[in-house]
Design a protein around this ligand. Structure first.
Ligand SMILES: Nc1ncnc2c1ncn2[C@@H]1O[C@H](COP(=O)(O)OP(=O)(O)O)[C@@H](O)[C@H]1O
Ligand SMILES: [Mg+2]
Length: 262
């Protein structure tokens, strides 16, 4: 049964200055089963973040319908946790640990249990012992990892991630991809993960959706990645998937570059 459903979803934005409308996403159809790790891949500006903010309930479709567990999405919910692009959504006046703890405190969890969960979540993102620091004392990459810990600690039914590793250096990114894969294998939570990195999509996704070039992108194709357990870039199956997805995305990037030049 579909857990997340996007039925013929479109989104246009009205410019407040010129009063003109622009189409950000068109005719987007997708069903995601519970426990899937769905990666959405596409060139810059094709509408990936717009799809995610609609799934989160921060924006509403201007056409079509989005359902979660059979219910129409009417707004944000604590069952759908978002990790945004960039690292500036932490509370600067709270320590790293208190930022991670915030959602648990709001949910009324007793403090001993909270402390234990926060320590475990900081450990998962490689920041054990850094909890007493304030965001301003941490690097951008560390702040981004605090955001991820803050989402993981809640164990939401749905985890929505918008290029969460985009700003990390290559080494940290590889470590985080590996950790996220392990966490997902252990928890099998439903994840929608936005990226423009083919490599990342194939390392993490149960399926990879490729969007057409924007503006007004839609879903072009979905590739199922049948590699169990930990994934390895040297695996011949990985290389085959890479070539397949690369072919699709190359066409779309070429279109988007032509559109920008026009
Ligand atoms: N709040 C907004 N108001 C107006 N236009 C927007 C808004 N959000 C996104 N857009 C436009 O929608 C298109 C898709 O954007 P986005 O979803 O951010 O793409 P992506 O995440 O794939 O790079 C772009 O043309 C962008 O300028
Ligand atoms: Mg985006």
């Amino acid at each position: 049964m579909a857990f997340l459903e996007l039925k013929n979803v479109s989104k246009s934005f009205v410019s407040s200055r010129s009063r003109s409308t622009s189409l950000a996403v068109r005719d987007f159809d997708l069903e995601i089963a519970p426990g899937e790790f769905f990666c959405l891949l596409g060139p810059s500006g094709c509408g990936k973040s717009t799809v995610l903010t609609m799934l989160a309930g921060f924006e509403h479709p201007t056409g079509g319908e989005i359902r979660v567990n059979g219910q129409p999405v009417e707004g944000p919910s604590k069952d759908r946790c978002v990790v945004f692009q960039g690292d500036d959504s932490l509370y600067p006046w709270l320590t790293a640990a208190h930022n991670v703890e915030f959602g648990l405190r709001m949910a009324g969890m007793p403090s001993a249990e909270r402390r234990q969960k926060v320590e475990a979540a900081l450990g998962l993102v490689g920041l054990s012992g850094q909890g007493s620091k304030f965001p301003a004392e941490l690097s951008g990459g560390m702040r981004q990892r605090i955001q991820i810990a803050r989402a993981l600690v809640i164990q939401p039914k749905v985890l929505l991630m918008d290029e969460p590793f985009g700003a990390l250096d290559a080494q940290t990114r590889h470590v985080m991809q590996h950790e996220l894969r392990k966490i997902w294998l252990a928890t099998k939570s439903t994840v929608v993960f936005i990226t423009h990195d083919i490599d990342e999509a194939i390392l993490l996704g149960t399926r990879v959706g490729v969007m057409t070039a924007g503006p007004g992108g839609t879903l072009r194709d979905v590739v199922t990645i049948n590699i169990e357990g930990e994934r390895d870039r040297l695996d011949p199956a990985y290389t085959r998937y890479y070539a397949e997805v690369h072919g699709m995305i190359r066409d779309e990037v070429a279109k988007s570059v032509r559109a920008m030049a026009a």
